[in-house]
Write a protein that binds this ligand. Structure first.
Ligand SMILES: [Zn+2]
Length: 203
């Protein structure tokens, strides 16, 4: 919480090259122009829209601070979510232990910011019941197996029935997390499920 307070009070600098900005923004205009354009891929039946690959400058802003999460939310709205038809935003949930450690959930902060800008409501109908595995220590297969029962739906998910829902997260790597969340969301019988992330790791 202190961290997020400090970042809100701190003067605005470009998140990548650190030049001073006259207005609070994620990146200065020249770094902003270096972001690749939005692209979409499919992971099984799930369509995943990414603002960028896992490349500079955006990759350096992932999991950085409360404020960068807010700004990534703005970027996701401007570059991707505004082009989709969405009735509900669903943040890919973090485990309670991670939220307590950081003081916030990056995906929830992003989704709430998109909601503030767009008026599209946020549904927190999915919970993470197992903490995320440490990165780099496990194979894709182990990660996939572990993730299979990492999420569950809340008892009442009737709000998303027949709705177009969009999953929100910072990063998609193998995609197994998004696929598992989409499976759980599917239990609520939405009309469609798509996902929007800031960075997509390919290969
Ligand atoms: Zn810059």
């Amino acid at each position: 919480m202190l961290n997020s307070l400090l970042s809100v009070l701190a003067p605005p600098f470009c998140g990548h090259c650190h030049i001073f900005l006259t207005k609070r923004e994620l990146l200065c205009s020249s770094c902003f122009e270096n972001i690749e354009s939005v692209f979409s891929t499919r992971i099984g039946p799930l369509k995943v829209h990414a603002v960028s690959g896992y490349d500079y400058p955006l990759s350096s802003l992932i999991n950085k601070s409360y404020e960068t999460s807010l700004q990534l939310g703005t970027l996701l709205w401007e570059r991707s979510v505004s082009l989709l038809e969405a009735d509900y935003l669903i943040p890919v949930p973090r485990h309670t232990s991670e939220i307590l450690k950081k003081g916030y959930s990056a995906s929830v902060v992003m989704a709430q910011e998109i909601s503030r800008l767009s008026g599209i409501p946020v549904s927190e109908c999915i919970q993470r019941v197992k903490p995320a595995l440490k990165k780099g220590l496990y194979t894709k297969v182990e990660h996939h197996r572990y993730t299979q029962d990492a999420f569950r739906v809340v008892p009442d998910i009737s709000e998303i029935e027949g709705k177009r829902v969009v999953l929100i997260d910072e990063v998609c790597s193998s995609g197994s997390t998004l696929v598992e969340v989409a499976k759980q969301v599917g239990l609520g019988r939405p009309r469609s499920i798509e996902a929007v992330v800031a960075c997509r790791m390919l290969g």
